[in-house]
Design a protein around this ligand. Structure first.
Ligand code: DQA
Length: 145
């Protein structure tokens, strides 16, 4: 069975009530259900943490898995520590954002983790997670590293 890590960073546990105008009304549990329903035969390790060190541990735990999808929240924009952890991880990796960060504040247009992943999805809402898992499972293996 394929194993894919879907990691969610800081403040993503408050989805549902946090800026519904930007992020929609789905909670992170709703998103987890949506993604798991789409991939019933996949071992999806769906996690959220507000602690950067814990996130780095989760990224390391994805070594040897079939891939990693990460919404790093605001860490995206400044965490070189997450960049370095992702850079060291040798599995297909996709960065996901619910919102289109490029239409928002200037500082959200910068991602310090993008250079350490294979693909980036922004602005597709919860469906971005599904697209990312599909890429990891179906497309990335044929594309090589
Ligand atoms: C986000 C975008 C980030 O800028 C923000 O800090 C988040 C969520 C998104 O999913 O659109 O927490 O990653």
């Amino acid at each position: 069975m394929s194993k894919v890590f879907v990691l969610n960073g800081v403040n993503l546990g408050t989805l549902g009530t946090r800026r519904p105008d930007v992020y929609g009304t789905m909670t992170l549990d709703d998103i987890e259900r949506l993604v798991k329903d789409e991939f019933p035969g996949v071992d999806l390790q769906f996690r959220q943490t507000d602690f950067e060190g814990e996130m780095i541990g989760l990224i390391r735990a994805a070594a040897g898995s079939d891939g990693l999808v990460i919404n790093a929240g605001a860490w995206t924009h400044y965490s070189y520590a997450l960049h370095d952890a992702l850079e060291s991880l040798d599995v297909p990796k996709v960065e996901v954002h619910l919102s289109n960060v490029h239409t928002r504040e200037e500082w959200r247009r910068v991602s310090v983790i993008s250079p350490a992943v294979h693909a980036v999805i922004a602005g597709m809402g919860a469906h971005g997670y599904i697209a990312a898992v599909r890429y990891v499972l179906d497309i990335a293996p044929d594309r090589g590293p």
